[in-house]
Design a protein around this ligand. Structure first.
Ligand code: HEM
Length: 489
């Protein structure tokens, strides 16, 4: 009797799971990852980098992945962005009418406007002021330790949860660049920042990501309320911008009469979400790799001190890749080895198509994987090694990116992807990162604290929606000069 009851209970569950996850008959000729370990990796909240290393990279030697990757991204009319249905709260948050998810004529109308907005001068002086605040926060952090190592007798050091501070810096950077608003997240805790910080992990909860319908079966009113409050705050700022225009991105978009109210709302939220954890992830990873490689950190610092001097404010001209090629190379190498977005929104082929040697039926979701591309031994020499020099030319200048790859046909470096739908904010993000990196290099030396969970390799948190962000990353900073001193060591 008990056996019958168990069978009657579990058979339907197994049947439903099979229906959800089984590979459809028309796709069974394609190579596959092991299904259940893959699903399990989501349920146990493993990061994308783990899935890529464990399941995708072992398949790489068989595939012409670079060419397929390029082909899909360059032909965005044939491979159209294809996102999950509106059941996911994440899609409800960012909306479907922004440049990020629009397709066809809607995208063609919006893309040039957004691109033009990002060609406005990057607000370097405001970034500089922001980084000064962050430096101040580090220096006044209460977890001061005394480091007796490296000949620096009893030098005070400050151990900071850098993965969080990087997020707060990124939020303020976006506030400044997008709406000319200072959230002051670096120094203060506001309900807006709290809502935002709690919202994203809730939306990325593994069961809800795997089974979006749970949102209907087991609704989460507190998460929805948080989301509504967060969006309400952004919309409020957007409306206030009409009466108080500036030289920021949203003012530019508001002045363009071609964007509807809903498009403005969706773009505002999308730009925030698209720009926040990506930039924070890149900055967190940068500190990590330079903490692990003090000789690279020192070479970077020497370049910054030589070009920028010990105290002058960085300017846009001086922060360019040609002035600081080694710093530029370190940031590029960081974003190669731990790309902040590990894969892109899926694309659906509009007709049956042959990719490499496989027939892919129309409508099949295709997800180019940036992490796999960046770790392909067919594209990169020693892909697992942090080696910034791959982005320098023979004279030590900033190399053409394609020269970083051993196979020039594949391009290789793609944290912002490539093609018509590449990230419009690449320049904005790179200038912001160079400002932060240059000013921190001048101010501090840094290491991983003893016992760091990242000692044997960077640990990314589970973050649905493709983001790679080191978690609980503490960094120990040692000031290179005392208050009031004018030069770095
Ligand atoms: C290190 C920082 C960043 C990285 C690594 C990054 C990466 C990417 C990637 C990989 C895509 C392509 C997504 C896809 O096709 O599915 C993308 C698109 C996009 N990004 Fe970024 N991004 C960064 C910063 C930003 C910032 C700061 C903003 C805005 C303030 C932004 C706004 C956008 C938008 C609007 C798109 C969609 C473009 C389109 O579909 O036409 N990103 N980004």
């Amino acid at each position: 009797m008990v056996v019958y009851a168990l069978v009657a209970t579990f058979l339907p569950v197994i049947w439903v799971l099979h229906r959800i996850f089984a590979i459809p008959a028309h796709l069974r000729h394609l190579p596959t990852v092991p299904l259940w370990p893959w699903v399990w990796s989501y349920l146990t909240a493993k990061p994308d980098s783990y899935r890529c290393q464990r399941f995708l990279l072992p398949m790489r030697d068989e595939r012409g992945e670079g060419l397929i990757f390029h082909h899909i991204l360059m032909n965005h009319g044939k491979f159209v962005k294809d996102y999950p249905d509106n059941d996911t709260m994440f899609i409800q948050l960012i909306g479907t009418h922004s440049v990020g998810l629009a397709t066809g004529d809607d995208w063609k109308r919006q893309a040039p406007i957004v691109k033009q907005a990002f060609s406005l001068p990057v607000p370097i002086p405001a970034f500089v002021a922001l980084v000064r605040s962050a430096i101040d926060v580090v220096k006044h952090t209460t977890t001061v330790t005394h480091d007796q190592g490296q000949g620096q007798e009893d030098a005070p050091t400050h151990t900071v949860r850098w993965s969080e501070l990087a997020q707060r810096i990124a939020l303020d950077g976006l506030g400044i660049g997008l709406i000319g608003h200072n959230f002051d997240a670096v120094r203060t805790r506001s309900s807006f920042v709290e809502d935002y910080n709690k919202l994203m992990p809730a939306l990325a909860s593994p069961p809800y990501v795997l089974f979006p319908r749970l949102e209907r079966l087991l609704p989460r009113p507190e998460v929805r309320a948080r989301m509504d409050r967060f969006v309400g705050s952004l919309v409020h700022l957007l409306h206030a911008k009409r009466d108080n225009p500036g030289d920021d991105i949203m003012t530019f978009l508001l002045n363009n009469k071609e964007l509807s109210e809903v498009e403005l709302r969706d773009n505002m939220v999308t730009l925030f979400i698209a720009g926040h954890d990506t930039t924070a992830g890149a900055m967190a990873s940068f500190m990590y790799f330079l903490a692990k490689r003090p000789e690279i950190q020192q070479a970077c610092r020497s370049e910054v001190l030589r070009v920028l001097g010990p105290t002058a404010d960085p300017t846009q001209a001086i922060l360019g890749p040609d002035s600081l090629p080694y710093l530029h190379a370190c940031i590029h190498e960081t974003m190669r080895i731990n790309p902040p977005a590990s894969f892109v929104v899926s694309r659906a082929a509009q007709t049956d198509v042959v990719l490499d040697r496989y027939l892919v039926p129309a409508g099949t979701p295709l997800v180019p994987n940036i992490h796999a591309m960046h770790h392909s031994a067919r594209v990169w020499d020693e892909p697992e090694v942090f080696h910034p020099e791959r982005f320098l030319d023979a004279n030590g200048g900033a190399a053409d990116l394609r020269a970083g790859a051993t196979s020039s046909s594949s391009g290789g470096w793609m944290p912002f992807v490539t093609g018509p739908r590449k990230c419009p904010a690449q320049n904005f993000a790179l200038y912001e990162m160079r400002t932060i990196a240059a000013m921190f290099l001048r101010e501090f030396e840094w290491t991983l604290p003893k016992g760091s969970i990242h000692e044997n390799g960077i640990q990314n948190s589970f973050f649905a929606f493709s983001l790679s962000m080191p978690y609980d990353l503490d960094i120990t900073f040692r000031p290179l000069r005392q208050e009031g001193e004018s030069g770095a060591a």
